[in-house]
Design a protein around this ligand. Structure first.
Ligand code: ITT
Length: 213
């Protein structure tokens, strides 16, 4: 049995950079987007997972349980090949508060390995959940590029100024929000969510959920 698409979707993130991007990408989806500002879910859950997918599940389940909303959460980060995949799931907390400090650390770590650049990727694991036990759907988006120092550009957020996207010949902080969303890990994952909602609405599956709300 297919259940109707709920009228509201909670975007469960505390990161304003992510929220702006997700709102832009999900603009055409026929649900009312609500945020954590519309709720008081309590303290943020600790991100104890060792993979992006584990952390996305943990956040989606926590906020779905705390709010009763159909909830989407994502966990994302930057994997630098020359640094064995670091900062990875530690991207938000990696060495210090400011991105200037994080970039300086990455530059030092690359220099220790005799280089100033490396292949790298942004990864976004997305989980859609209802209640703490009800994972509805999951996907992952990945964008491949290079980490290059020094940082360039003022757009985007986080590690965008050091993430060079070869097809654009610029970093993701030097392109428009639309250009970033067209290729980004988050753009891919949330467009897939929009397509999933489309199938849910017209009942064409195969992703039509069978759980009861
Ligand atoms: P929530 O858990 O509340 O969503 P957060 O910022 O803590 O917010 P994550 O644990 O998923 O989220 O950490 C993601 C970090 O990865 C983010 O803070 C950035 O440092 C980095 N990151 C992810 N996507 C990025 C992007 O599109 N551009 C630049 N940096 C990005």
């Amino acid at each position: 049995m297919t259940v109707p698409l709920p009228a509201r979707l909670l975007i469960a993130t505390t990161n304003p950079g992510k929220l702006d991007e997700i709102r832009g990408i999900l603009g055409a989806v026929p649900v009312t987007l609500v945020t954590l500002a519309d709720h008081s879910p309590g303290p943020e859950p600790e991100e104890t997972g060792s993979t992006f997918a584990e952390n996305a599940r943990l956040k989606a389940r926590y906020y779905a349980g705390a709010t009763g909303e159909l909830t989407v959460a994502e966990d994302s980060g930057l994997e630098i090949d020359a640094l064995d995949g670091e900062p990875g799931v530690h991207s938000a907390r990696f060495n210090g508060e400011s991105y200037a400090e994080k970039f300086a650390t990455i530059q030092e770590m690359l220099a220790e390995r005799g280089t100033d650049s490396s292949t790298a990727r942004f990864v976004c694991a997305l989980t859609l959940a209802v209640r703490t036990d009800g994972i509805v759907w999951e996907t992952t988006g990945i964008v491949e590029g290079r980490v290059r120092l020094p940082p360039r550009g003022n757009g985007g957020f986080g590690y965008d100024p050091i993430f060079y996207y070869p097809a654009y010949g610029r970093t993701l902080a030097e392109v428009t929000a639309e250009e970033k969303a067209a290729v980004s890990h988050r753009g891919q994952a949330f467009r897939a969510l929009g397509a999933y909602f489309g199938k849910w609405l017209d009942g064409s599956g195969p992703g039509s959920p069978t759980w009861a709300l």
